[in-house]
Design a protein around this ligand. Sequence first.
Ligand SMILES: C[S@@+](CC[C@H](N)C(=O)[O-])C[C@H]1O[C@@H](n2cnc3c(N)ncnc32)[C@H](O)[C@@H]1O
Length: 361
Amino acid sequence: MGDARRDWRTWRAATEEALYGAEGFFRTQAPAAHFRTSVHVSPAFAAALLRLARTVGARTVVDVGAGRGELLRALHDLDPDLQLVGIEVAERPAGLPASVRWSADLPEELDGLLVANEWLDDIPVDVAELDDARVPRLVEVDAATGDERLGDPVGAEDLAWLADWWPLADGPPGARAEIGRPRDLAWAEVVRRLRSGLALAVDYSHVRWRRPPAGTLRGYRAGRPVAPVPDRSCDITAHVAVDAVARAGERAGADETLLTSQRAALTALGVDGARPPLAMAGSDPVGYLRALSRAGEAAELVAPGGLGDFWWLAQAKFAPAGTRAGSRTVDLRQALGEPDPPTALSPSPSSRTPPSASSVE
Ligand SMILES: C[S@@+](CC[C@H](N)C(=O)[O-])C[C@H]1O[C@@H](n2cnc3c(N)ncnc32)[C@H](O)[C@@H]1O
């Protein structure tokens, strides 16, 4: 194709348009049709979050990037008195309980538990690459084909982010980094609006001492990893630089931070993947099979190399004494156990789980 006819944009701009523009992927496609998150894997995930909400005294749960409201429905079934709010660019899904609020925008102020499960990884980022002179340049992509070329040198704010969080300077020509600054900004806005309570981000992530040298940009479609082509036909995602996001939350006013693995957090919240005793198969075969299936789902939530190696970033804010929201403090270690961050660069870059066959449209 002649270069004049190509639509070259930075990865951030191209992904923004492909996922969230008119007819964008997430406006027209249910995430569950393309991959399975913890929310879809097991009702034990919602039950654990309900336990967390109660532990921190939250009567409101806000789900940021709420997909088709699956987590909110599950929470409503477990406790119809909870106040539930979904924040999502897609339209309100049909059949959501009437009491569940649904909006495209975060409220200006919120108290309670805010959950962002696999939200940050879908906030579009730019990609930087060292050219032959080892100058970091923005990578541009042709939206129709996914072909790439090097564009302008990286600007000052992004260069500063790279220096702090993903230093490229010592790398060879061709070394790449995903510039997580838009995720930091988005999370800081969440924490800023939280008056009191807990903000929880759950995602596949990496930290500064273990950034993947070639990056993690991926596409997902119908249960399979595919080449990331920003043509609206697939999700485009990249692992989250979770340490940078945590620092942004602290700068936005978080009083306490805990970074741990989903395995450690869910275990502390009572998720148990142990199989039922075999003797039960004789006395209550139907109950045994049901318990076995529940145990299998719970085990998937905490599996090494999979969902169990997702990172949990929990940041609490305590309302000043005397305000309407109270002065309740939150003991994150008591709620989520001692921090036990994933040690491997895991889950692997093809970390998304295929949807169950019935949910692929
Ligand atoms: C990977 S899906 C996760 C859905 C759900 N949280 C789950 O765990 O199954 C990410 C969702 O975040 C939504 N999203 C991304 N950026 C958003 C924003 N700025 N405001 C509202 N929703 C957003 C997308 O539309 C998509 O539904």
